[in-house]
Write a protein that binds this ligand. Sequence first.
Ligand SMILES: [Zn+2]
Length: 241
Amino acid sequence: MSKEAAIRIAPNVWRIPAARFDFVNIYALVDDDGQVTLVDTGFKSGPAKAAAGLAAMGKTVGDVTRIVLTHAHSDHAGGAATLAEQANAPVAISAIDAPFARIGQAPPRDQSTFLGRRVGKLSAPGKDFPAIVIGEEFEEGDILPVAGGLRVHHTPGHTPGHVALMHESSGTLITGDSIWNVRKLGFGVKAFCTDIKLNRQTSHILGELEYQVAAFTHGPHVAEQAREKVRSFLRDAAKKK
Ligand SMILES: [Zn+2]
């Protein structure tokens, strides 16, 4: 549980804790020329955390040239509208989650849990998070021009357009919310998923990729035997089903 405003997890990748106890993370990737891409933006309160993290990296919001979102939920997209305006930077998200980001509403929740039905009822455009102007949409297999290349792995279920992002040159996988590392590896809060079963099914992709660092959007990153730990979690989870 770090109190640092930014933690370097690979030569040009930083984790910026955006809520208490590392519960939510923003990631910052730095290009060779110094420009910064933020992956996710935390809650509405995220921009202040991003600014503090960037300062700890010797950067400012003015160095941010792109914002990439793993999915259209308030704890990842909540700070996007403000940060995009502050940095005058375009926001990118998967084409599937883009319509939700544009209206500031999370995709539908899985109706199989009580909490999911409740959360779904409270959801409305502009109420979940501030509406975002989306500058770029991406899809499975795209390589975003971020710090040498960030590959898009579509892992639907948590939201329909949810993605994990692989920074291949540093061997860092930004997992998104398919799985998290809050206290231990797990599947996160079911009620927030659009399709709980599909999330479990597509999470196997995270066990098949090659990486050294697992950069979770919730919880601390894992830098040692990350892939093995993710694989063994997924293997055990599949057995329990
Ligand atoms: Zn989340």
